[in-house]
Design a protein around this ligand. Structure first.
Ligand code: NDP
Ligand code: OXD
Length: 309
């Protein structure tokens, strides 16, 4: 069995060693143009040339949860694409979003500023009921995040394509539920996959529907958010602030207004990192299962190519 590793912005050696150790007997090599076609591919933002050379692939494993970069390519017909299914990301995402929510709700930025000036200050405690949190996307990550936030006694709402029932979370779905969801949300968390249906979903008319003094947390993809619309709503005060981990161009260009905006906190696409050991164990387990004849339906994380996630 040949496994080809084709991941940009990734140190290949530890992955190659890990995959070789987890799949003894397999040949695991980094891809280079003209290399022998592979049985399985382990990829992150590969070039089209990689797929153009593959004639016998049985599966493509993406070392991230989001497959938007793959969906832009011409993939070999009939080959399953499998994304990471949690692999240690949901707990990181729950940490990040809880941090963002609590930092905003408890006004820790304000306290930091006061302390920096040597001031011992108090702010009036806020009511949790005034800060309903709406999580867009209730998949592997969104479900864990919404359940974690509910543990802090915030009112939590969730929105997904298909209807869901999650303890402690008021669930909405589809186009019909979207406006109601937005109108009841003050802190908005985006955990949607990037697809033609979700691109630019956070724009002027949708963000305007949030409760006044809204707060925006984007941990999904930069193209979910229309940057200028967020800036305009921060200027007019409808949105009080934002914590953003993902951007249309990454790294965020030095001249981008988000860097220096006093109401925006920027982090460098780090809310939920791919954990190498967990990911290798997950991918190797799935390759072994497929080799042993497991049904595709039994493999978690197989992408619905029609839906694009
Ligand atoms: P999942 O596929 O498990 O969940 C996606 C959720 O979004 C599902 O609930 C799905 O609904 C919902 N959804 C999809 N399309 C729509 C739509 N048109 N309208 C309403 N809801 C929709 O993905 P994950 O939770 O694993 O990951 C989510 C995204 O997070 C990834 O695609 C990636 O972009 C991003 N991510 C970012 C990271 C970072 O470090 N910043 C790290 C990891 C992921 P339904 O349940 O009905 O299918
Ligand atoms: C992912 C990411 O999709 O890290 O996994 O953004």
């Amino acid at each position: 069995m040949n496994i080809s590793f084709c991941c940009t912005d990734t140190k290949a050696q530890p992955w190659l060693e890990g995959l070789r150790a987890a799949l003894p007997g397999a040949t695991v090599e980094p891809w280079s143009e003209g290399a022998a076609p592979a049985d399985y591919a382990v990829v992150w933002t590969p070039p089209q040339a990689f797929f153009d050379e593959q004639t016998r692939l049985k599966g493509v494993f993406n070392i991230g949860a989001g497959v938007d970069a793959l969906m832009k390519l011409r993939l070999p017909a009939g080959v399953p694409v499998v994304r990471l299914d949690d692999a240690g990301m949901s707990v990181q995402m729950a940490e990040y979003v809880s941090h963002a929510v609590i930092r905003h709700f408890r006004e820790f930025d304000g306290y930091d500023a006061d302390v920096a000036q040597g001031q011992w200050s108090y702010r009036k405690p806020r009511m949790r009921t005034d800060y309903p949190i709406g999580v867009m996307g209730l998949g592997v990550l969104g479900e864990r995040v919404s359940q974690t936030l509910a543990q802090f006694d915030f009112p939590v709402l969730g929105w997904s394509r298909s209807p869901k029932a999650i303890d402690g979370v008021q669930c909405f779905s589809g186009d019909d539920g979207f406006k109601e969801f937005l109108a009841a949300t003050r802190i908005l968390v985006c955990l949607l996959p990037l697809t033609p249906d979700t691109e630019n979903i956070m724009r002027h008319d949708t963000l305007s529907r949030l409760l006044p003094g809204a707060y925006v947390i984007n941990v999904a993809r930069g193209r979910h958010l229309v940057d200028d619309d967020l800036l305009a709503l921060l200027d007019n005060g409808h949105v009080a602030g934002a914590m953003l981990d993902v951007f249309r161009t990454e790294p965020l260009p030095a001249a981008h207004p988000f860097w220096a905006h006093p109401k925006i906190t920027v982090t460098p696409h780090t809310s939920a990192r791919t954990l190498r050991e967990e990911s290798i164990a997950q991918i190797a387990g799935k390759i072994r299962a497929l080799q042993d004849g497991a049904a595709l339906a039994s493999i978690a994380g197989v992408v619905d190519l029609k839906q694009g996630y």
